[in-house]
Design a protein around this ligand. Structure first.
Ligand code: COA
Length: 183
């Protein structure tokens, strides 16, 4: 039985991924977390991606991990505005002409640890990094059919700014963004 959120939170550490961390474990965590979307018929990349794709995706930005007693139980990928525009040049908002849009992606918490505040803590870290980096907006893409996620981001101050269908996706995504003040 897991502990209450407050007791658990004291044992959660958020840090950058390190060379000794297992990408097989990180990939498995992504598969387990994103399975909820696959089970609903949504072809999200993170539900199926091989370890090599995880390696490639974490290379272009900052991969943060949340650990519980040394085990990675959550992750989020932060990209500065420059990295975001470079990674997704044709995607609306991410590559807006005036720039200044940082982003996060590959956001997952181990299913048995979900709903205990780890995701909110990871979001707080990337919002802080956005302010530090000087970007004015922090954006994300989420499947439109995942209504609870869209509602959750809206509660955290993110507004829908665009829609996009990613290559190989069988659903439309909402691009959401939050204005971030300077650190
Ligand atoms: C999204 C995700 C990373 C959030 O992590 P988490 O540790 O569960 O998040 P938290 O416990 O901090 O909760 C964050 C919010 O989500 C809500 N939430 C968490 N799990 C939920 C669920 N299953 N259904 C509805 N709301 C839920 C919480 O109530 C909380 O809302 P609040 O901040 O307004 O109170 C996690 O649910 C996950 O891995 N999901 C699968 C992968 C995914 O969809 N990633 C995002 C793709 S855009």
């Amino acid at each position: 039985m897991l502990q209450t959120s407050e007791r658990l939170a004291k044992k959660i550490r958020v840090r950058l991924i390190e060379p000794d961390d297992s990408l097989a474990h990180l990939t498995g965590l992504l598969h387990r977390a994103y399975k909820q979307h696959a089970d609903r018929g949504l072809h999200t990349l993170a539900a199926f991606q091989p370890e090599e794709v995880t390696r490639r995706r974490i290379a272009d930005g900052e991969c943060l991990v949340a650990t519980y007693l040394g085990r990675i139980v959550g992750t989020i990928m932060f990209k500065s505005a420059e990295q975001t525009a470079r990674a997704w040049p044709g995607v609306p908002w991410f590559s807006r002409p005036e720039g200044g849009v940082a982003s996060f992606s590959q956001f997952a918490v181990e299913p048995e640890f979900q709903g205990k505040g780890i995701g909110a803590e990871l979001m707080a870290h990337v919002e802080h990094r956005t302010a530090e980096s000087g970007a004015r907006e922090l954006a994300l893409s989420t499947p439109e059919p995942a209504e609870w996620l869209v509602a959750m981001y809206a509660r955290h101050g993110y507004r829908a700014v665009s829609r996009f269908v990613w290559p190989n996706a069988n659903y439309q995504s909402v691009i959401m963004s939050k204005a971030i003040g300077e650190a």
